[in-house]
Every structure is written in structure tokens, then in C-alpha cells.
Ligand binder design. Structure first.
Ligand SMILES: *[C@@H]1O[C@H](CO)[C@@H](O)[C@H](O)[C@H]1NC(C)=O
Ligand SMILES: *[C@@H]1O[C@H](CO)[C@@H](O)[C@H](O)[C@H]1NC(C)=O
Length: 292
């Protein structure tokens, strides 16, 4: 194992590309990349890095591509990427990230591709994707995401591809996706343990009707629940999911109708009975009234 020490690259200030992939690196010390202010590509993939120093990006203002995939990152400080003003591609896939709090990607206004697949994320939190106006690709597959906050995706005006395949999603809210104000977004949602009910059917059919949203793998979206639908494609069972609900509505409607009709009939009968009584007691008034 090795460590990238403080100011290791001092003097190499004009360096544009630095590849340190598969180099048994397990530690990056503070100011490790000090003075590399022209560096455009840094590849630290396939190492054993557990954390990044808070000042990791201080000199890396020219960096366009940062590769950190296949490391051992559990957590990223809100400051580590602070100065990556020109970053376009950031690969953090195949790490151990459990969450990326609000602030980690804040201000990466040139970022176009963010790879976070094969981590252990459990939610897409509100605020975690703020101020990423240029983000086009967000790869979140093979995490453990069971929740997406309603407004979490709203700031992503340029999002063209959103991959949520292989997560832990049971339900979705339509609001979460309709908040995406893009021209066209392709979404992948298969490989999740969907709870197929009438609600889910409605959400998917609403999304499918929105012109700028495309669920690419809709025919591969399969149910986990209820057990009798396990493995079935949502597209297949789609129209049947609301039958039970429709039946319930029908039963209620019929019951209400029958009650109303019965009430009307009873009322009519009572009226007749009363008018019969009236006929007996006030026959004179009755003869004057017009025939009904
Ligand atoms: C995934 O998230 C659920 C809670 O939603 C948790 O119980 C489970 O342990 C998580 N699995 C992994 C592999 O982290
Ligand atoms: C659906 O799943 C099959 C089998 O896993 C795969 O070959 C196909 O590419 C998938 N289609 C889409 C649109 O993802």
C-alpha cells in the first residue's frame, strides 16, 4: 500500500494528465495535488482510497475529468470537491458511499456526467443535486435507493439520462418526475422490487403520457409484490391492477343507488299514504287540487 504525500507533484505545474490507476494507493494526504493547477485529467481508479482530504480540490481548478471508481470511499466531505469549477465528468462508481449529503456537488456548474452506480446509497435527498444546471447523465444504478425526495431532481434542467436500475424502489411519486423540467429525459427503472398496485399503475401511466419523459425499460419493469404477481411485467398486469378498485367503486355506486332508489320509493309510498289520509279527512281540499 502507498500514500500520495503532501506536495508530491510540486514543480510539475504544467502537467495536464495524471494517471495513477491500480497503484495500491490507500491514502491521499492533504495538499497532495498542490500546484497542479493545469491538470485536466486525474485518474485514481482501482485503488483503495477510503477518504479524500478536505482540501483535495484546492489546486485542481482546471480539472475536467476525475476518476475515482473502484475505490473504498465511504464518505465525501462537503468541501473535497469545492474548487472543481471546470469538472465535466466525475466517476465515483464502485465505492462504498452510503450517502452524499447536500453540498458535496454544489457549484459544479460544468458537470455533465456523474457516475454513482454500485455504491450503497439509500436515498436521493433533497438538496443533494442542487446547482448542477449542466448535468446530463446521472448514473445511480445498483445502489439501495428506496426513496427519492419529491424535489430532489427538480434542479436538473439538462438531465437526459437518469439510471435508477437495480435499486430498492417499491413505489414512486409522479411529482418526483414531473418536477424534471427538461426537454427529454430517458429513465431506467427496471430491477427494482416494485409493489404493483393500482397506485403504481397510475404513476407509471401518467409518466408514460408526459412527452419529455421516456421510461426506456418499461417492459422490463417487473413486480415483486403482491406475491401472485411476482416476476410479472408491470406493462402486462397494468390494466388489471385497478380492476379490484373499479369493482369496489362499482359495488359502492350500486349500493348508493339502491339506497337512494329505496329512499325515493319509501318517500313516495309515504306521500301516497299521507295523501290517502288527507283524502279521507280533507276530501274537499283534495277535489280542488289539479290532477297529478
Ligand atoms: C438497504 O436499505 C434497507 C432499508 O431501506 C436496509 O434495511 C438494508 O439493510 C439496506 N441494504 C444494504 C445492502 O445496505
Ligand atoms: C430487458 O431485459 C432483457 C433481459 O434481461 C435485456 O436483454 C434487454 O436489453 C432489456 N431491455 C431494456 C430495454 O432494458
Amino acid at each position: 500500500m502507498s500514500s500520495i504525500g503532501t506536495r508530491t507533484f510540486t514543480g510539475l505545474w504544467s502537467l495536464r494528465v495524471l494517471v495513477l490507476t491500480d497503484s495500491q494507493i490507500d491514502e491521499v494526504q492533504p495538499q497532495a495535488f498542490f500546484s497542479l493547477s493545469f491538470l485536466e485529467k486525474l485518474d485514481l481508479s482501482w485503488n483503495h482510497i477510503k477518504t479524500l482530504p478536505v482540501d483535495f480540490s484546492t489546486s485542481l481548478t482546471a480539472l475536467k475529468e476525475l476518476r475515482l471508481e473502484h475505490n473504498n470511499l465511504h464518505y465525501i466531505s462537503g468541501y473535497s470537491f469545492e474548487y472543481l469549477d471546470n469538472i465535466e465528468k466525475l466517476d465515483l462508481s464502485h465505492n462504498q458511499l452510503v450517502s452524499v449529503g447536500p453540498g458535496v456537488f454544489r457549484g459544479l456548474s460544468r458537470l455533465r456526467q456523474l457516475y454513482l452506480h454500485n455504491n450503497r446509497l439509500s436515498a436521493v435527498q433533497q438538496g443533494s443535486l442542487d446547482m448542477l444546471p449542466g448535468l446530463e447523465v446521472l448514473q445511480l444504478s445498483n445502489n439501495n435507493i428506496s426513496q427519492i425526495d419529491t424535489d430532489a431532481l427538480a434542479p436538473l434542467y439538462s438531465l437526459a439520462v437518469l439510471v435508477l436500475e437495480g435499486n430498492n424502489l417499491h413505489h414512486l411519486k409522479f411529482k418526483t418526475f414531473i418536477s424534471l423540467h427538461t426537454t427529454a429525459t430517458h429513465i431506467q427503472l427496471s430491477g427494482n422490487p416494485w409493489s404493483c398496485d393500482c397506485d403504481l399503475h397510475r404513476v407509471f401511466s401518467k409518466i408514460l403520457r408526459v412527452r419529455h419523459l421516456h421510461i426506456d425499460d418499461y417492459h422490463n419493469v417487473t413486480c415483486q409484490d403482491p406475491p401472485q404477481l411476482a416476476g410479472a411485467s408491470l406493462a402486462w398486469v397494468d390494466s388489471q391492477l385497478c380492476i379490484a378498485e373499479t369493482a369496489t367503486v362499482l359495488v359502492i355506486t350500486v349500493t348508493v343507488l339502491v339506497t337512494v332508489v329505496a329512499a325515493v320509493v319509501m318517500a313516495e309510498r309515504n306521500r301516497k299514504r299521507n295523501s290517502g289520509k288527507n283524502w279521507d279527512t280533507e276530501s274537499q281540499t283534495q277535489t280542488q287540487s289539479p290532477p297529478s
